[in-house]
Each structure stands twice: as structure tokens, then as C-alpha cells.
Design a protein. Structure first.
Length: 135
């Protein structure tokens, strides 16, 4: 087995275990609040949507070169950006654009990520500093 394949398999297993542990902890948290099974499932769904939106927002920020780590302490701005991401109606286009998988995402005027409701905010935030190698 190629070493890269082995690493990918091991990392996938670790991520799977972490996701299962996270979902289990959310379920236990919902149950401890006295929620019914259906309410617990709704709670789980809300938490997963928030987690997905947070991940998508951070990926978009990274793709646009935004230094989110410099916003520590400005939780309100991050929460607003995450809420906009959660409520966005372009989630599929966003995922495709971030993954680079979609012809539509690559060849439309939306290729720069302008469809993102956080686009204007990302333009105003500090950019990542990139080190340049001088030969």
C-alpha cells in the first residue's frame, strides 16, 4: 500500500471517529435538556447546519485571503458572517466554487465568489500576509 493512501485512510478514520463523537455529544446534550426524540433531531440538525456554515464561511475567507485569526475578539462580526452563510440560498454554488468542481461556478461572472453574502465584508477585512521566497 502506498504511504499516501495509508495516511488518507488513517486520517479518514480519525475524522469519522471525531464526527461520531461530536454527534454523540450533541445527542446527549439534547437529551439532557429533556428534549423529545424529534426535538433532539431538530437540535442536531440546527447544530450541524451551523457547523457546516461555519466551515463554509472559513473556507470562503481563506479562499479570498482573509485573515480571520486577526478578528479574535470581534465575535459579533464573525457571528453575523456565519449567520449570513447559514441563511444563504447559494450553498450549492458556494460548495462547488470552493471545491472547484463546477463548470457553472468556474465560467460565470460569479467566478470570483461575488455570489457570497459576505463578499463585501471579506473585501474590507485584513488580508493574510504571504511570505515570498526571493531567489
Amino acid at each position: 500500500m502506498d504511504i499516501n493512501v495509508a495516511v488518507v485512510v488513517i486520517l479518514s478514520a480519525i475524522v469519522s471517529v471525531l464526527v461520531i463523537e461530536y454527534l454523540s455529544s450533541l445527542w446527549i446534550k439534547a437529551q439532557s435538556k429533556g428534549l423529545t426524540r424529534i426535538a433532539s433531531m431538530r437540535y442536531l440538525d440546527q447544530e450541524l447546519r451551523a457547523l457546516t456554515a461555519n466551515s463554509r464561511m472559513r473556507r470562503m475567507a481563506r479562499r479570498k485571503g482573509v485573515a480571520l485569526h486577526e478578528l479574535v475578539g470581534d465575535e459579533q462580526l464573525l457571528d453575523e458572517a456565519k449567520a449570513r452563510c447559514e441563511d444563504c440560498d447559494q450553498k450549492e454554488l458556494c460548495e462547488a466554487w470552493l471545491d472547484g468542481d463546477s463548470i457553472e461556478a468556474s465560467f460565470t461572472t460569479k467566478a470570483e465568489g461575488s455570489f457570497c453574502p459576505n463578499s463585501a465584508i471579506f473585501e474590507q477585512l485584513p488580508k493574510e500576509r504571504q511570505l515570498r521566497v526571493v531567489a
